[in-house]
Design a protein around this ligand. Structure first.
Ligand code: CAA
Length: 289
């Protein structure tokens, strides 16, 4: 059975917001990290985001200034999945699309040594279906990080139909070694977090669209009224409206009409207003925000 001592090099597939965050926290915990995306440009952008994030953490005294360089040096970028033959644990954070994830997992299964566990950061898709693209279904597990990864304390461990107890234990141990706390969910659509969060966000959007209150008052009401750090509209902008729509559509498909995405969410995504990352969602953002 593998344990944490067998992990020196962590492979991260996908260098978007989540992949970069996962690479950063793994390198901060002392692991060597191989971070892969399909284009070198995406990998470079990820390094820029990691540097910004480390600067903020250094400023807050959460990362020692002397460690900043060593953390960055531990992360190596690549566009070649064949390099993953050197990894001891893999976290996939590619786009939230089942066909893409199954292709990535089939390829990982070829490249990554047999005993190595493959985790997916999927937020709503079935771990069991992703695992079935491999010959190592017992070693495929969900490891669902929250955005922003360097700040959020929790990670959801998701147990597929064939995930072994060993893989589940290792997923908990690995996340804890990154300084996170974990909880466990069965492989049901949206797991614990998005099953509950997405209807909350969609209801906030509907309340705005139906004129219940201004967007500011909806967010303020939920923040002050229920003591959460962000209201539903600002949280949707923070997560990305396209991500919220994808997650909501999966939930709708799997669980029925009570998960129907809000009309205004679809309209905003069609218009390309995806939230903070495009500078406009329900709110407008400048470079500094
Ligand atoms: N790296 C490092 N530090 C960061 C950071 C990053 N990427 N992003 C924010 N921070 C730090 C800031 O430097 C700041 O530090 P200080 O408090 O010491 O100044 C702190 O976090 C707070 O940031 P801000 O002052 O900029 O803004 P804020 O107070 O509004 O906090 C937030 C931002 C941490 C994102 C907070 O609003 C929050 O926790 N929001 C809820 C986020 C959430 O719910 N995430 C989960 C979404 S669901 C998900 O991810 C799963 C899914 O599948 C969709």
């Amino acid at each position: 059975m593998r344990d944490l001592r067998d992990i020196d090099t962590v492979g991260v597939v996908g260098a978007g917001t989540m992949g970069a965050g996962i690479a950063q926290v793994a390198a901060t915990a002392g692991y060597d990290v191989l971070m892969r995306d399909v284009e070198a440009e995406f990998v470079e952008d990820a390094f820029d985001r990691i540097e910004d994030s480390l600067d903020r953490l250094v400023e807050k005294g959460e990362v020692d200034a002397d460690d900043r360089g060593a953390i960055l040096d531990r992360i190596v970028g690549t566009t070649d999945l064949a390099d993953f033959s050197q990894t001891d644990f893999v976290v996939e954070a590619a786009v939230e699309n089942m066909d893409v994830k199954r292709d990535v997992f089939a390829e990982l299964d070829e490249e990554v040594p047999d005993g190595v566990p493959l985790a997916t950061n999927t937020s709503t898709l079935s771990i069991t279906t992703i695992a079935a693209a491999t010959e190592r279904e017992d070693r495929v597990v969900g490891l669902h990080f929250m955005n922003p990864v360097p700040v959020m304390k929790g990670v959801e461990v998701v147990v597929g139909e064939k995930t072994s107890d060993e893989a589940v234990d290792l997923a908990h141990d690995f996340a804890e070694d990154l300084g996170k706390e974990t909880w466990e969910s069965d492989d049901k659509p949206g797991f614990v977090t998005n099953r509950i969060l997405m209807p909350w966000i969609n209801e906030g959007i509907r309340a705005f669209d139906e004129g219940v209150a201004s967007k500011e008052d909806i967010d303020k009401g939920m923040k002050l009224g229920t003591n959460v750090p962000m209201g539903p509209l600002e949280l949707a902008d923070h997560i990305g409206l396209d991500i919220c729509l994808d997650a909501s559509e999966t939930l709708h498909e799997e669980l029925g009409d009570r998960y129907k995405p809000a009309y205004l969410l679809k309209r905003k995504v069609d218009a390309g207003d995806l939230g903070k990352k495009t500078g406009k969602g329900f709110y407008e953002y400048d470079e500094d925000s």
